[in-house]
Design a protein around this ligand. Sequence first.
Ligand SMILES: O=C(O)CCC(=O)C(=O)O
Ligand SMILES: [Fe+2]
Length: 360
Amino acid sequence: MEIDADLVVTRAEITDAAAATFADSTVIPDRYARPDEVGDGVVVGDEESHELPLVDMARLLDSESSEAEAAKLGSACRDWGFFQLTNHGLDESAVQDMKNNAVQFFRLPLEKKNAVAIEAGRLEGFGHHFAGASCDKLDWAESLILATQENEQTNMELWPADPPTFRDALEKYSLEMSSLARRLLRFMASDIGVEREALDGAFRGKRQTVAMHHYPPCRHPDKVIGITPHHDGLGLALLLHVDDTPGLQVRRGGRWFPLDPLPGALVVNVGDILQVLTNGKYRSAEHRVLVDAERGRTTVVMFQGASVAGTVRPLPGLGEARYRAIEYGEYVKGNFRALVEGTRFVDSLQTDVAQDEKEI
Ligand SMILES: O=C(O)CCC(=O)C(=O)O
Ligand SMILES: [Fe+2]
């Protein structure tokens, strides 16, 4: 996510009125009421939702089980674009510190959180999640979005100074996430049959952005949306559940599959750029968040950017290109424009090869 993004998207501030609405959800104001959208699409029941794949990092790293586990990883990325990663081997204290700091930040009084409020024309900071400029509905969440690494525009002033351990915790956590992403990419490269260096090089040193979300409980969970259905525009997303409240739903075959957060696991998903890099072998899946009537939910999502020599394009060696190459900055702008229009930018990058395959 390039942060200035020629803002066709906007983020609304969390005002006193918004905070009051979140605190007492007896009456849902019009701007948050979207019962038709909540009811849009079939949500599968408990049994089927257990189909969402699990991948075990310890098994990936163990030579005895690596091949079988890498095949699971591959099919998760092809068929679902989502999986839960168990035994991820992250530094437990880095994870716990990030969780504690996220919780403490969202618990602060509004004026303290608004010390890092979004600024006009930027995506970073504390506020509502972004919506298309023409979308008059708001998500039932407060979100803190920050550039973390390799971003010349990283605005450290927007990294909260309160709680006092926040910056340290985020810095450590962001490094843990970059190395985990790279460990996973090794197995993805061999699964799709490209040089390890080719995929690693596409992610190495690229931008990383974090989005922390807090979804307050809502007495009318059937009327509001935690996060509007979307595809993630960047390369790879790594999501940490701070608590065990469910809410994330993944779309597959036109139906919504609620993800049941496994204690201690991370949720990993393929973003649109990884879909392009893999020439469509991996899919970036649409997802959304619904909210809980009783329990709040907090998540920390790390987005890893990727490009090949400044462009978004399929890696060589994966057959005829199904997507045309596009300069990274143009990609980011196009992605935001599409978000506003309610379309999907990667679709507009499809070449005749992809179009022809569709018709077969
Ligand atoms: O909080 C979640 O479960 C999902 C957040 C998400 O999809 C995003 O930040 O793109
Ligand atoms: Fe997302």
